[in-house]
Design a protein around this ligand. Structure first.
Ligand SMILES: [Zn+2]
Ligand SMILES: [Zn+2]
Length: 369
């Protein structure tokens, strides 16, 4: 089968629209016609060569679409099902069996090797040229792609796929960090460092938990305005000359009970630790490139503060993502407010807007041909 795909020909390149050949699904795989795909910072890291996946390659790890065909061993999905494709995991390593699939021992191979779950076959080729894919076992920047049954989640047919495409990584990560990891109580002071998709999803989840105050910190004033609309009680520009003191003041003097670091910046993580009240917890979800380090004053950590991270919201995607979609349909997670749509071939513009802070969540609309 042939499909249009946004192919990255080389490290740091521009995307090129190509018609590629897509392989048949293996026993545990599904073939999905991708209708929409979110774009996330991790796709930009991949474009820039920070993962071992060879080039040319197809990225994308927030696909939403319709099942076309299923492999012989697939039991939970059928052609015609609407699905999103999420974080992959093996299901049988120690971490998967302990319920922590986001730390799957096989995650590097499943997410970033360029190969399907068998570790040797490819989803795509272009003429005789191999095209590496299976990015997060989905490569959703192709109009037709292969995913594992395990990371493909059935969604309601009357929910808009071009909004659900924000859920598999960004919304899952931010909402999961709050609902699965931090678990705040009503009245807890919460601070969001960074208001991209992950930061916003965390903020909306904190609002659902009854956090008060909810303080959003970002460099972009228009995002802070949106944060106020969507539930932040206070906002502070990250360029504030006395950022830590100001956030602590707004959090009630002693500091915040919980922070989410969704900026992926060392100065944001340091500030997030410093604005915590004693015994407060910061959860790091921001995506930094390899080698980025942070310095902390040791005395701040000694005050009972907890600095931890989490991957993909520490969620079980097959149950947590449907729960988030239900909250969205009840109007409690207004994710549509964050999304801006772009045509498939405008992927370079979408990424540029995302990096410039002009859009919170860029979602590609992907035509069938
Ligand atoms: Zn595993
Ligand atoms: Zn992502």
């Amino acid at each position: 089968m042939q499909a249009r795909a946004a192919v990255m020909p080389q490290r740091h390149g521009r995307w090129s629209m190509e018609t590629i050949e897509v392989a048949e699904p293996g026993p545990h795989e599904v073939l999905v016609r991708v209708v929409a795909s979110g774009i996330c910072q991790t796709d930009v890291h991949a474009r820039d060569g920070f993962f071992p996946i060879p080039f040319p390659a197809v990225f994308g790890h927030e696909g939403a679409g319709v099942v076309v065909r299923v492999g012989s061993a697939v039991t939970s999905l059928a052609p015609g099902d609407h699905v999103v494709m999420a974080n992959p995991s093996c299901g049988h390593c120690d971490d998967c069996r302990a319920g922590y699939e986001t730390y799957c021992a096989h995650a590097p191979q499943l997410k970033q090797s360029g190969y399907r779950s068998d570790g040797r076959s490819l989803s795509f080729k272009h003429g005789d040229t191999p095209v590496y894919g299976s990015f997060f076992q989905q490569s959703s920047f192709a109009a037709l792609t292969l995913a594992m049954e395990r990371n493909t989640i059935r969604v309601p047919k009357d929910a808009p796929l071009d909004v659900l495409a924000a859920f598999p990584c960004g919304v899952n990560t931010g909402a999961g960090a709050v609902l699965n990891v931090l678990k705040p109580q009503p009245g807890d002071a919460y601070v969001a460092f960074g208001t991209g998709t992950v930061g916003f999803a965390g903020l909306l989840a904190a609002k659902l938990c009854g956090c008060d105050p909810i303080i959003a910190v970002d460099l972009f004033d228009d995002r802070l305005a949106l944060a106020r609309e969507l539930g932040a009680t206070h906002t502070v520009n990250a360029g504030h000359p006395d950022l830590v003191a100001e956030v602590k003041r707004l959090a009630g003097g002693r500091g915040a009970r919980f922070c989410l670091e969704a900026a992926g910046a060392p100065e944001a993580l340091r500030a997030a630790v410093e604005v915590l009240a004693p015994r407060g917890t910061v959860c790091l979800v921001g995506s930094a490139r390899p080698g980025v380090e942070v310095s902390l004053e040791m005395k701040t950590v000694q005050q009972g503060r907890i600095v931890r991270g989490c991957t993909q919201g520490e969620s079980h995607v097959q149950t947590f993502i449907p729960r988030l979609i239900e909250l969205y349909r009840e109007g409690k997670l207004p994710i549509g407010r964050l999304v801006r749509h772009y045509p498939h071939e405008a992927i370079d513009d979408a990424v540029a807007d995302m990096l410039a802070g002009k859009t919170v969540k860029a979602v590609l609309r992907i035509a069938a041909t």
